[in-house]
Design a protein around this ligand. Structure first.
Ligand SMILES: [Zn+2]
Length: 194
């Protein structure tokens, strides 16, 4: 017997990968996502995450895609922002140090040619270096978060991909009540009814 929806017992159901195949028009492009009906080796019926080619989808295919994609872990963005902030901080710090050296030279020579060396007053040191320390603390916090997000992504992504692949291959959509279900559950459900 065919597969029936476990919610409403309708037989008007369709496999998700078929909906995606039918509702997805393939174009070449740099769209980050998955492509239905083609795996990395050019075969069919696979689920692929990465940059692939697809630009237009029907509303139904979009809905199915959202269902399959649900729970995809967030990845860390690249470190460009952090690196630029670090460079900016270093340049700022250097500029302030130079400015302080200019305004308040360590070596002071009087008209007789006698020179004395004088350290920066403590408050001036703090004033000059406080922004640098604040930025360094900020960058360290950011970096810590970045590492945590990336570690989580590396840990969760394979599980998510497996689950998404499973949904792609095994889940059905009921076109009557709109629920998604696992065909394996539906078979259990239907056989227990009979
Ligand atoms: Zn249903």
């Amino acid at each position: 017997m065919g597969i029936h929806c476990p919610q409403c017992d309708s037989a008007n159901v369709q496999a998700l990968h078929l909906i995606l195949d039918a509702g997805t028009t393939h174009h070449s492009g740099n769209w980050s996502g998955y492509v239905a009906g083609a795996d990395a080796n050019g075969g069919t019926g696979g689920f692929l995450s990465g940059s692939v080619e697809t630009t237009s989808k029907t509303g139904l295919a979009r809905e199915v895609e959202n269902f399959i994609y649900k729970g995809c872990p967030e990845n860390s963005n690249n470190l460009h922002g952090l690196i630029w902030t670090g460079i900016l901080a270093a340049v700022t710090w250097g500029s302030i140090s130079m400015l302080m050296e200019f305004l308040h030279p360590k070596q002071k020579c009087d008209y007789t040619g006698r020179c004395i060396t004088e350290d920066f007053p403590f408050f001036a040191l703090m004033l000059g270096e406080l922004p640098f320390f604040l930025i360094a603390i900020y960058l360290l916090q950011k970096l810590k978060k970045w590492v945590a997000v990336r570690n989580n992504y590396n840990k969760e992504y394979p599980k998510w991909l497996e689950a998404a692949n499973y949904k792609y291959l095994n889940y059905f959509l009921c076109k009557k009540c709109g629920s998604f279900f696992d065909k394996n559950d539906a078979e259990d459900f239907n056989s227990s009814e009979n």
